[in-house]
Write a protein that binds this ligand. Structure first.
Ligand code: AMP
Ligand code: GLY
Length: 429
């Protein structure tokens, strides 16, 4: 069948790389794609949010499966739109209503409350309730966690221990529309102290495939210093997520989420990324995302031995429980290479050289890259990720770091400490 992947990041390159390995895949298209996807698929110059353009492309190219990578088109309703125009099309990506799990923090908190899913205590304030919000901040303990309700490109969460700054932030968000419509409502929530991990499922809203869990590294600097980024690296499996803990995640978080979707008749066919935090020995939800993580995908998907297209079709056809799936019993690490200056301003168009050839042990996934004539040049903040396998975290990391070291462009930056914090957990690696 012909397959269309929407998006242009490392996540989409990795999904396309895996999809391309399936005997079920005939022609593979990526819109808009990057230099990495161009090597294995046909890049299509269409934005993932160009619904009409995507729909026309589906018709013209006999597309049978569309995989939506990023959240923005999902929150804007691309699945409903395509579904209405192409009733037989298989779509991986939830309905607009389902995408509210990521698109509105208030929606997701209310959903969790209705279904008894452990998460931080919270209150939501609209711009008419600024005074109540300011008074509420006085009644709770620091640190203060303020979240813009809507999508804010990963910048909508502010955590501060300074009450005056928290109040200032609330005023900025509600009264001064700091994040536009996204901060017309603000969720103020309890600060949770613990260690984070990401858990992924592919679900049809009734059953689910559980994918390997991963740990992400969000800060730009080593030892988790400096501003947040989209993600500087990922490691899977997560050594502190032992069987007992994973069981708690399944029974206390995943099952009630899927059952909640089914009970509320929220149409959901796609990935759920549970952003979790381990507080003591208990898992709590920090956030839902309605897509795979980036760069977690670059670590998680290469561990998948099963046919991803077969899994996606099983998801669309309600056949999840009859398809066994398997994963490589290896550690996978992804080290992300970024443009100098990122996550603040950075230059594009730098020529990249020395990209190592993929081996069974180490693969380079592209994110912000494109071709300029025959040269691969930088085209974004996060540029490449080197994913490597090993029997231990150290072994996988050594290979990822070696690959990251040899790649060259002016201003290249990467964290050399990805995964180091996990070495203290001796039960795995
Ligand atoms: P979110 O966009 O909701 O994932 O938040 C971004 C980051 O802020 C998370 O990955 C956490 O590191 C941090 N964070 C969010 N909510 C909380 C909370 N309630 N307690 C502690 N840290 C939080
Ligand atoms: N790596 C975090 C995210 O994809 O949102």
């Amino acid at each position: 069948m012909n397959i269309l992947v929407l998006g242009s990041g490392g996540r989409e390159h990795t999904l396309s790389w895996k999809i391309k390995q399936s005997p079920l895949c005939d022609k593979l298209f990526v819109a808009p794609g990057n230099a990495g996807t161009k090597a294995l698929a046909t890049n299509v110059p269409l934005a993932a949010t160009d619904f009409e353009g995507v729909s026309d492309f589906v018709t013209q190219n006999n597309i049978e499966l569309v995989v939506v990578g990023p959240e923005e088109p999902l929150v804007k309703g691309i699945s409903d739109f395509l579904n209405e125009k192409h009733p037989n099309l298989h779509i991986i990506g939830p309905s607009k209503q389902g995408a509210q799990l990521e698109g509105s923090k208030d929606f997701s908190k209310r959903f969790m409350q209705r279904h008894g899913i452990p998460t931080a205590a919270y209150s939501t304030f609209t711009n008419q309730q600024l005074d109540e919000g300011l008074a509420y901040l006085e009644t709770i303990n620091a640190p203060y966690v303020l979240k813009a309700d809507g999508l804010a490109a990963g910048k909508g969460v502010i955590i501060t221990s300074d009450l005056a700054e928290a109040k200032e932030t609330l005023i900025d968000m509600l009264a001064n529309a700091k994040f536009g419509d996204a901060s017309a409502q603000v969720v103020i929530e309890e600060f949770l102290d613990g260690i984070e991990l990401s858990v992924f499922v592919l679900t049809n809203g009734k059953e689910y495939f559980l994918l390997p869990e991963a740990k992400d590294y969000k800060r730009i600097g080593e030892n988790d210093q400096g501003p947040n980024t989209g993600g500087m690296g990922a490691v899977t499996p997560v050594p502190f997520a032992d069987q007992d803990f994973m069981q708690k995640i399944k029974t206390q978080i995943i099952a009630p989420t899927i059952n909640g979707l089914a009970e509320e008749k929220i149409s959901f066919n796609g990935f759920i990324f549970f952003g979790l935090i381990k507080v003591g020995n208990e898992p709590k939800v920090i956030e839902y995302n309605v897509r795979m993580g980036d760069p977690e995908t670059q670590a998680v998907i290469p561990r998948l031995e099963s046919d991803l297209v077969e899994m996606m079709l099983a998801c669309c056809k309600d056949e999840i429980s009859s398809l066994p799936i398997s994963f490589k019993d290896k550690v996978a690490t992804a080290v992300v290479l970024v443009s100098g200056g990122y996550p603040a301003a950075y230059e594009k168009g730098k020529v990249i050289s020395n990209i190592p050839t993929d081996t069974p042990e180490s693969i380079v996934f592209h994110a912000g890259t494109k071709y300029e004539d025959t040269a691969v040049v930088t085209n974004g903040g996060r540029v490449l990720a080197v994913t490597s396998f090993g029997d231990t975290i150290e072994e996988a990391l050594a290979k990822s770091n070696e690959g990251a070291a040899v790649i060259e462009w002016e201003g290249k930056n990467y964290r050399k400490d990805i995964g180091k914090d996990l070495l203290q957990f001796s039960n795995l690696s």
